[in-house]
Design a protein. Structure first.
Length: 133
């Protein structure tokens, strides 16, 4: 089964936070994780903002390695339209809506996230959320 990883779940692997070990072990337990192309932007932004220059080099290399083993969902017009529909009906933030629309486009039945609002909306869309805590 394909599992979608939201940026909130992935970023904890590269930026030290209390849940980092949990996020790392969960990611490593799947052989075919999926994420959106927007994850690349979000994670690199967080690494650049919250990690020192030296740690950023290591974190960036690890992220690049992890991406090579993930399926990346490109942002298409259909995903943008679905994300807009999700956002307008649920008031979910833009990027969170893009993640859900990307998970739907990839036919993922689960999404791993630290975002409770996104998890609630995912559930309403038929995607089982895995909320890491």
């Amino acid at each position: 089964m394909s599992v979608y990883f939201d940026s909130s779940a992935l970023v904890k692997r590269y930026v030290r936070e209390p849940e980092s070990e949990l996020a790392k072990s969960f990611l490593e337990s799947f052989t075919d994780p999926i994420t959106s192309a927007v994850t690349i932007i979000e994670v690199r932004r967080v690494i650049g903002r919250y990690v020192s220059a030296i740690e950023g080099i290591t974190a960036g290399a690890l992220f690049k390695r992890d991406l090579s083993s993930m399926a990346i969902v490109d942002l298409t017009a259909e995903i943008v339209e679905n994300a807009a529909e999700i956002a307008s009906k649920t008031h979910l933030r833009t990027l969170d809506s893009i993640h859900l629309a990307s998970a739907m486009a990839a036919s993922c039945m689960q999404i791993v996230t630290f975002n409770r609002m996104q998890a609630r909306v995912a559930q309403s869309l038929g995607i089982s959320p895995v909320i890491l805590e």
